[in-house]
Design a protein around this ligand. Sequence first.
Ligand SMILES: Cc1ncc(COP(=O)(O)O)c(C=O)c1O
Length: 424
Amino acid sequence: MSNHKLATNALHAGHDVAANGGTRAVPIYQTTSYVFNNSDHAANLFSLQELGFIYTRLNNPTNQILQERLAAVEGGIGAVVFASGTAAIATGLLTLLKAGDHIVASSSLYGGTYNLLSVTLPRLGITTTFVDASNPDNFADAVQDNTRAFFVESLGNPKLDVLDLEAIAAHSKAAEVPFIVDNTVATPALLNPIKHGANIVIHSLTKYIGGQGTSLGGAIIDAGTFNWANGKFPEFTEPSAGYHGLKYYETLGAASYTFKLILEGLRDFGGALSPTNAFNIIQGLETLPVRIKQHSENALELAKWLEAQDEVAWVNYPGLESSKYNVLAKKYLPNGQSGIVTFGHKGGFDAAKTIADETKIFSLLANIGDTKSLIIHPSSTTHQQLDEAEQASAGVSADLIRLSVGIEDIEDLKADLKQAFAKI
Ligand SMILES: Cc1ncc(COP(=O)(O)O)c(C=O)c1O
């Protein structure tokens, strides 16, 4: 399927119909384990002499189809799925890093990721320098001898900053560290970070890829482009004490990180995706290209409409000519800028809470990327644990309202916001 384009891969990649009983839809293999032919077969699977399924914490045929499909739509050589986007990020970093290592990260990250990097990983001896990603040179300036990764979101949630991925990738290449890009908000239907120099792409599948707000999931897609033998990652070149003395890079080459995520990451941390959730997420992935087009069209029209309302103080959407990220959006997101819009009402903090309380179609909840429209006031909810300065660097002001614009009729969405404004 690798020669096919995105919309075709989203529907077909990874599903060998004949090998799956002629099934047109991807089947759910709801099983924890797999019967070995005999003890020698089992021994060969454990020692990687043969590849096959052992236990669903490591892999599963339904999950495998999702993995191959995600690798195809992102342009990677392999992918591994997890129980949530957070499980993907945590396992991805812990599989790569050890105490004493350092990360350079954009300061505008999803609040949960920011907390992982700023509070939890330091407890394990892994520290992060957060930089203003609008100047790519800040990444180079923050590099230390022990830096082992760059981490960014291609389209920050909720700052909606579009990053100059190619400029940051050039700095990660010079520093000889992997460039990790969370591409959740942009989705592979609008942006492929690997084409712009990312070595590792991460997704919360819970959002646009699943698309219907039914199932948590996460994924890591490996570009297969990073040189793990550059001397900075001995766990990839020395015999692994955790896996039969396996020398990952010598044995698995470009696929080293993908296998390490399965053999050590999933084995040791256990954040496996349930096959039923993999099936639900596959249903979403199949229609992602058409849905994201509608999300993007609705978001742009709503952002323009908000700009024209007297009550509205400011609007942020990378597709707007007024956005300071519009030039980068034209380069990196030419086919649409996804469905998140933020704005402030002239009534400030209190007005923001009233709007979030009074909308009828927009649901007040802590998620993005559902087909249905969603609303939240981050300052009092998702980002309440950050102090004012941290909120500001994450792009959150007291008056900010985040909309995840769904695919309902756009006139109904405008009317819903208008009636909420009238309640202030
Ligand atoms: C950009 C981004 N990355 C990662 C996550 C975490 O994903 P999950 O909620 O599936 O754990 C989120 C969740 O909101 C997110 O917005």
